[in-house]
Design a protein around this ligand. Sequence first.
Ligand SMILES: Cc1cc2nc3c(=O)[nH]c(=O)nc-3n(C[C@H](O)[C@H](O)[C@H](O)COP(=O)(O)OP(=O)(O)OC[C@H]3O[C@@H](n4cnc5c(N)ncnc54)[C@H](O)[C@@H]3O)c2cc1C
Length: 294
Amino acid sequence: MYDIQEYLTATTVEEATALLAAHPDLTIIAGGTDVLIKMHHGQGAKARLLSIRGIQSLQGVRLLADGTISIGPLTTFSRLATDPVIQEHIPILAEAALSLGGPQIRNVATIGGNICNGATSADSAATLFALNARLKLESSQGERVIPIQDFYLGPGRVDLQAGELLTALSIAPEDYRGYSGRYIKFSQRRAMDIATLGVAVLCRLEAGGLLADVRIGLGVAGPAPLRCPPAEEYARGQKITPETFAAIGRLAVSSTRARTSWRASREYREHLVGELTRRALADAIARAGGPGSI
Ligand SMILES: Cc1cc2nc3c(=O)[nH]c(=O)nc-3n(C[C@H](O)[C@H](O)[C@H](O)COP(=O)(O)OP(=O)(O)OC[C@H]3O[C@@H](n4cnc5c(N)ncnc54)[C@H](O)[C@@H]3O)c2cc1C
């Protein structure tokens, strides 16, 4: 049984933000695959829920005239995985979407819920970090847009202020055009398992077979998803050689703050970061038309 005291619904953003302003204790529910599990485990007793599932404007993916890709937070992982704009322009996000849960979960779980729950293991987060995604947050007081890196404050904590709703995730054209990518989820099972580690690598090649740009997003390598600035800076302008791969893997580990849990020790996770970053980069280079083998 779920201890739900009240269940409100909104069909527009204005209606939702007005309800959140009037009732600060409301918990937003989208797909409910986190909210209801928590309630089932005894958290959020006597919950007052605000369902945003009926807000049509928060659904789906749009390619805007300036090339920005705008993703509605209510877009489910099933839809993301098959969306033509995602498949054509940022297939790495479709790859990440397909790694989440199983078909039933992907049919209801939303990308907004995946980010707003603040989990370092969120399967879309590492890729959204690598894509420099920006988040639009709206309340009855107005709106703000922030980089996803600033949204994560710590384990399970995000910068979602009282009365705010995530209303869009956007990716600028300069952050995806010319890039190839690869997301690798390492988990104990191939489906229905939370990541022991998630690695998203994007790369752009330049003439002469050099690495023009590399971006590395990691999940479960710290209390929140993270990027690897020293490895990314080192990679720029490097030749594609085994030594370059080894150095990028090593430097990626230096950015992590992994911890030991029942899933894996810190040392094992660090090993995975070095190895999987190398492998994801090799695959991303191959997808960009470069030499993939190392
Ligand atoms: C069996 C099972 C398997 C799973 N496997 C995986 C997996 O492999 N990988 C993975 O990453 N996750 C997994 N999950 C977790 C979960 O499915 C995802 O995190 C999912 O994306 C959450 O989306 P939701 O729409 O269900 O969120 P909800 O449960 O509705 O909400 C999650 C949180 O986000 C808030 N929220 C939702 N939307 C908004 C919004 N627009 N604005 C502000 N706040 C909002 C809610 O208040 C809540 O705090 C699994 C869950 C289950 C039950």
